[in-house]
Design a protein around this ligand. Structure first.
Ligand SMILES: *Cc1c(COP(=O)(O)O)cnc(C)c1O
Length: 395
C-alpha cells in the first residue's frame, strides 16, 4: 500500500489518499472489476484465509478499488476504519442493526430521511429492538429517553428537509453517559463542512449517492468509525450478509471524491446567494439556510460546522398549489427527490420524501404544504436566481 497522506489538508487527501498503483504505474485509480483473486500457491491461499497474508480474497468483502474508496474516506473523515455498502440505506441499516440484538433500545431524532425513519420505526421493533423518537433539538428529550438497555443514538444534522442543526457534542455526551454510542448520518453536512467523529460521535454514515458522487450516476454508502467498532460489529456482518458495493460504483465514487471539495464549496456559495435573494422575496413566508444569521441554530452552526449548506429550504405563500406552481414553472432547477447533484434539484417533501407521514407529524417537523427544498447545483448562481424569481412571480 502507498504511504497515506493523512497529514495533508482535506483537499489534498481527496485527490491522493488511498491510491493503490498497479505494476503499470497508472495516474488515475484503476477499476478492478473482478469477483475474486487467484493465488500463486495453496500455501499463499491458506495464509490469505488465515489472515496472515493481507491480500484480497473475494469482492463481497474486499477489492482494491473499494479499498481505495474506503481509505480515501477514512483519511478525509479522520476515522480509523470504514466499510462501504451498496447504498446509503445499506450503510445506515448495517450501522444501526448489526451491533444490536433483541431487547436493546435505540433513541433517534424524529427528523429523519424517510427510509431511516422506516428502519427505526418499523424494522427494528419487528426484531424486538425498542425505539424512541425525540425532538432532536431538545436535549432534555434525549436525556429522558435513555434507559438501561439503550445502545444507540441516531441523528441527521442538518435535518431533512427543514435544515435544523442538532447539537452533536451535547447529544454525544448524553449518549456516552448513558452507555450508548452516537451514529450520525452526515449526508446533509457533507464531510467538507462537518466532522461528526471530531465532535464526539462514534460512527458516521453517508449516502455516497449524494454529494460524493455528485453527478447523479450511481448509489453507494459508507460506515466510518473506530477500528474496534468495525471489527466487533460491522466487518463480519457485512462479510456474511453481503450488502456490498460494486467495484464499478466504488470507482465512480472514488473519482467523485477528487472534486468533492470544489463542488461542495461552489454549491454552498450558490445556495447562500439563493437564500439571500429568497429571504426578502414577497412570495415566501419562511426561509431556512444554515449559515444565515436568522437560522434558528445559527450559533450552533458556527460552533460545529465549517460552512453552511448546499441546500436551502423555503415556504411558498399559498400552500401546495403555490409550491407546485413554482416547481412547474422552473426551467433550470429540476423536480427530483435527490440532492447534492451537479444539476440543481427541487423537492416538495410533503408529497414525496415525507408523504408517508401523518399530516400532524409533518406539521410537527415544520414540513408545511408550501415547503420546498432546493439543492444547489453547479450552474451559474445568477441563472438559478433568475429561474427561481421568475417561477415565484408566477406562483
Ligand atoms: C439519500 C439519503 C439516505 C439514503 O441513501 P441511498 O444511497 O439513497 O440509499 C440516507 N440518509 C440521508 C440523509 C439521505 O439523504
Amino acid at each position: 500500500m502507498s504511504k497515506s497522506p493523512a497529514s495533508y489538508r482535506p483537499e489534498t487527501r481527496l485527490v491522493h489518499s488511498g491510491t493503490l498503483r498497479s505494476q503499470y504505474g497508472e495516474t488515475s485509480e484503476s477499476l478492478f472489476l473482478t469477483q475474486g483473486y487467484v493465488y500463486n500457491s495453496a500455501e499463499e491461499c491458506e495464509a490469505r484465509f488465515k489472515g496472515e497474508d493481507p491480500g484480497f480474497i473475494y469482492s463481497r468483502y474486499s477489492n482494491p478499488t473499494i479499498a481505495m474508496f474506503e481509505r480515501r474516506m477514512i483519511e478525509l473523515e479522520g476515522a480509523e476504519a470504514a466499510r462501504s455498502a451498496a447504498t446509503g440505506m445499506a450503510a445506515v441499516t448495517t450501522a444501526i442493526l448489526a451491533p444490536l440484538k433483541a431487547g436493546d433500545h435505540v433513541v433517534a431524532s424524529r427528523a429523519l430521511f424517510g427510509s431511516c425513519l422506516y428502519v427505526i420505526q418499523d424494522l427494528l421493533p419487528r426484531y424486538g429492538i425498542e425505539t424512541t423518537l425525540v425532538d432532536g433539538a431538545n436535549l432534555d428529550q434525549w436525556q429522558r429517553a435513555v434507559k438501561p438497555n439503550t445502545k444507540t443514538f441516531f441523528l441527521e444534522s442538518p435535518t431533512n428537509p427543514t435544515l435544523d442543526v442538532l447539537d452533536i457534542p451535547s447529544i454525544a455526551e448524553i449518549a456516552h453517559k448513558g452507555g450508548a454510542r452516537l451514529v450520525v448520518d452526515n449526508v446533509f453536512a457533507t464531510p467538507i463542512w462537518q466532522s461528526p467523529l471530531a465532535l464526539g460521535a462514534d460512527v458516521v454514515v453517508y449516502s455516497a449517492t449524494k454529494h460524493i458522487d455528485g453527478q447523479g450516476r450511481c448509489l453507494g454508502g459508507i460506515i466510518l468509525s473506530s477500528e474496534a467498532f468495525i471489527a466487533e460489529h460491522i466487518h463480519n456482518f457485512m462479510r456474511q450478509t453481503g450488502p456490498s458495493i460494486s467495484p464499478f460504483n466504488a470507482w465512480v465514487l472514488l473519482k467523485g471524491l477528487e472534486t468533492l471539495a470544489v463542488r461542495v464549496r461552489a454549491q454552498t456559495e450558490t445556495a447562500a446567494r439563493v437564500a439571500d435573494v429568497l429571504a426578502s422575496h414577497p412570495k415566501i413566508s419562511r426561509l431556512v439556510y444554515p449559515g444565515r444569521e436568522d437560522h434558528p441554530q445559527a450559533a450552533l452552526v458556527k460552533k460545529q460546522m465549517r460552512g453552511g449548506s448546499t441546500l436551502v429550504g423555503f415556504e411558498a405563500k399559498g400552500g401546495k398549489a403555490a409550491a407546485f406552481r413554482v416547481l412547474n414553472e422552473l426551467k433550470l432547477a429540476k423536480i427530483s427527490n435527490n440532492l447534492g447533484d451537479a444539476k440543481s434539484l427541487v423537492t416538495h417533501p410533503a408529497t414525496t420524501t415525507h408523504q408517508r407521514l401523518k399530516p400532524e407529524d409533518r406539521a410537527a417537523l415544520g414540513i408545511s404544504e408550501g415547503f420546498i427544498r432546493f439543492s444547489a447545483g453547479l450552474e451559474h448562481a445568477d441563472d438559478l436566481i433568475e429561474d427561481l424569481t421568475a417561477a415565484l412571480e408566477k406562483a
